[in-house]
Design a protein around this ligand. Structure first.
Ligand code: ZN
Ligand code: FE
Length: 255
């Protein structure tokens, strides 16, 4: 099968815009942070919007829904648990369901925690996952509606996808995340290397999204609560992974 084309661009201040384009012309925006930025990206690529796949209800992910629907006639797909809060939603989807997007399979994975209905869209044939505000490059989303145990379970589900999965997240927070991570795992040479790379990329006006799951497993401290050095540093012994995760999330909130 031929490849899906994926275009990534900055929206608003630090939101990531993503357009996914299939061979048959089907084009989906992952979330709609800003209609104008997405329309500009469509003009640049020459693609016509057919769908918006919404990860969660927050305004910085849905603000463009109605304008884009009115201007392009696109269909809006979003999480059933938050359907009432997603402007213009046509099709509600939930954990365990799947659908075809231009002939490409999309699996819906429930990833609650940041919001209660948050979903991730995984395209197994294309090795791409659109994770919204659950996982970030070397970081993770704030736990706003759920709890630490729930968020850890959601992150674990993403972490168990194939290692060569490309992760498309909702924000460019890479440098702040990596700097925090380096305080937790100062001995992690790959993390330090990726921090330097990320700083260079931002200085060059580039984005750090997508990231590769394999690299996240090695450098994202929020996916590594089992790490012995981290537990020692936090003074946490044989407790559940989600408790260490929760302590990291609390420290990052205050950082
Ligand atoms: Zn959000
Ligand atoms: Fe967001």
């Amino acid at each position: 099968m031929s490849a899906l084309e994926i275009h990534v661009f900055l929206c608003r201040k630090d939101n990531i815009g993503v357009l996914v384009h299939a061979e048959d012309g089907t084009t989906a925006a992952i979330d709609a942070p800003d209609a104008a930025a997405i329309l500009a990206a469509l003009a640049e690529t020459g693609w016509s919007l057919t769908h918006i796949l919404v990860t969660h209800h927050h305004g910085d992910h849905t603000a463009g829904n109605l304008e884009l629907k009115e201007k392009t006639g696109c269909r809006i797909i979003g999480p059933r648990g938050e359907a009432a809060r997603i402007p213009g939603i046509d099709d509600a989807v939930d954990d365990g369901e799947s659908f075809l997007l231009g002939g490409h399979r999309v699996e819906v994975i429930g990833t609650p925690g940041h919001t209660m209905g948050h979903v991730t869209y995984f395209m197994p044939q294309d090795r791409a996952a659109f994770v919204g505000d659950t996982l970030f490059v070397m970081g993770c989303g704030r736990v706003l509606e759920g709890n630490h145990e729930m968020m850890w379970l959601s992150l674990s589900r993403i972490a168990s996808l194939p290692g060569n999965t490309r992760i498309y997240c909702g924000h460019e927070y890479t440098i702040a995340n990596a700097r925090f991570g380096a305080t937790i795992e100062p001995e992690n040479a790959l993390l330090r290397h990726r921090l330097e790379e990320a700083e260079q990329r931002i200085a060059d006006g580039q984005l750090n999204v997508p990231t590769l799951l394999d690299q996240e497993l090695q450098t994202n401290v929020f996916l590594r609560p089992h790490n012995i050095a981290t537990r020692r540093r936090l003074g946490m012994g044989a407790v559940a992974d989600w408790r260490v995760f929760g302590e990291l999330r609390e420290r990052k909130n205050k950082a």
